[in-house]
Write a protein that binds this ligand. Structure first.
Ligand SMILES: NC(=O)c1ccc[n+]([C@@H]2O[C@H](COP(=O)([O-])OP(=O)(O)OC[C@H]3O[C@@H](n4cnc5c(N)ncnc54)[C@H](O)[C@@H]3O)[C@@H](O)[C@H]2O)c1
Length: 415
């Protein structure tokens, strides 16, 4: 009888300096890992992809439909970052190739920076530090406050916003937030009914919304006018959320005390490039080069998270966390009866989602006398993914039956 594809024949290609933890995790699984420091040009990638079963990338490698077409053995893609815009997700989906990422790998890092900036703004620390670099000793308590008992307004109470909420409360701050969805308030935080209500009450307004049509310039002249003149604005979300010329005017005219900005409508593409922006030269404004999520810990968390998702998909067929295929997690069979019996073989099957396809799959399995121990199917608008366990003696018959179904995209058997 054939054996399941040996683990040491699974070739993993990791590009773009993915953290060592990701490579070690996959090596420890027994896979054969190749690493390339940068992002190869598409012509070079063509050849590299031909033998890869797993591809790991970060944000620079653009995985187009054409490139995916040159990767006949590719089983899964890991984006060792937060975003997945660099991959043609639809093209990967129609090939039965799940794409995994790490949506909260750097959440804590952004939340910590936000809290640190709130304290620094409250003490006007950067202003004093800049003066010292110029040789001035500006010792004064004027305009410097503790953050305890002050109010922070969080716009967008998602992963990052809710972490900021917890950390801010731990510092003794009062937390209010606004979100387009009702969100469970953590601790003593309170959701308010509108952005306008939030803006009038805060000492700090911190933005943690995604970049959408609705959030574009959501903080402009009208919104800044609602804020207290002593308040500060923080944007560690996306550049287009804030109208920067309006912020400059508000600070220069004394209607806003300062702010911290990590993201900008136009950002240099590479490290070391020049940067120009409306907010340069303003006192009590902290500027950082889109590093909110850039910490060693975030890189480690992301590497561990994505490598774990990839190995679970290879080992047990789990697509939990995949962004482009239905998420399916069929538990492995355990227990006394199962322990005595030979372990079932697991069949993973991606198919085009058309009405009646599950019926066809099950009729074919029945026609080939394949006894199914457990089965879990999920579908989306385009494809279905079904995982089922069969008697070891029946897995070859299962593959044969699935091969007769026109809608089959890809079948894999694990044992
Ligand atoms: N600075 C960095 O390095 C860095 C790192 C990671 C994430 N980010 C950015 O931070 C932002 C938040 O990330 P997240 O992981 O918390 O996202 P998330 O999806 O978990 O949370 C976003 C929240 O905003 C809410 N929201 C959407 N539109 C809204 C609106 N118009 N008004 C009010 N609330 C609205 C959503 O309902 C959700 O609760 C994103 O823009 C992300 O790109 C920046």
């Amino acid at each position: 009888m054939k054996t399941s594809f040996p683990k040491d024949k699974i070739r993993v290609l990791l590009l773009e300096n993915i953290h060592d933890i990701g490579a070690s995790h996959l090596e420890n699984e027994g896979f054969c890992v190749d690493r390339i420091a940068g992002s190869p040009a598409p012509e070079e990638l063509d050849a590299l992809l031909h033998n890869a079963h797993i591809l790991g990338i970060r944000s620079k490698t653009h995985l187009t439909d054409e490139l995916l077409g040159k990767a006949p053995r590719l089983l899964a893609v890991g984006c060792f970052c937060i975003g997945t815009d660099q991959v043609d997700l639809g093209a990967a989906q129609m090939r039965g190739v799940p794409v995994f990422n790490s949506p909260f790998g750097n959440t804590r890092s952004v939340a910590e920076l936000t809290i640190a900036e709130i304290v620094m703004l409250s003490r006007r620390t950067f202003e004093k530090s800049t003066a010292m670099h110029r040789g001035l000793w500006e010792k004064s308590a004027s305009g410097a406050h503790e953050v305890r008992n002050r109010t922070v307004g969080i716009v967008g109470y998602g992963h990052i916003g809710s972490q900021v909420s917890v950390l801010a409360e731990a510092m003794g701050m009062r937390v209010i937030y606004v979100d387009i969805e009702p969100k469970l308030p953590l601790g003593n935080a309170a959701q308010v009914d509108s952005l306008a209500t939030l803006l009038t009450q805060d000492d700090f307004v911190t933005l943690h919304v995604p970049s959408t049509e609705q959030t574009k310039n959501m903080i402009g002249e009208a919104q800044l006018a609602l804020m207290k003149p002593t308040a500060a604005l923080l944007n560690n979300a996306r550049g287009h959320v804030v109208d920067l010329p309006a912020v400059r005017n508000a600070i220069e005219s004394g209607k806003l005390s300062g702010g911290a900005f990590d993201v900008f409508p136009a950002e240099p593409r590479k490290k070391g490039e020049p940067f120009e922006n409306e907010l340069q030269g303003l006192a009590n404004v902290i500027l950082t080069p889109h590093v909110g999520g850039s910490t060693i810990e975030a890189q480690e968390t992301i590497a561990q998270d994505v490598a774990g998702k990839l190995s679970r998909f290879i080992n047990v067929g789990s697509t939990t966390g995949a962004v482009n295929v239905p998420n399916v997690e069929l538990p492995m069979q355990v227990g006394s009866a199962a322990a005595a019996a030979p372990r079932p073989h697991r069949v993973l099957h991606f198919h085009a989602n058309v009405p009646g396809v599950l019926g066809k799959i099950n009729s074919e399995l029945a026609a080939h006398n394949v006894n199914v121990h457990g089965q879990y199917l999920r579908t989306d608008a385009h494809i279905g993914y079904v995982v089922f366990d069969v008697d070891p003696s029946a897995s070859e018959a299962a593959i044969e039956s699935l091969a007769t179904i026109d809608e089959t995209i890809r079948t894999r058997v694990l044992w």
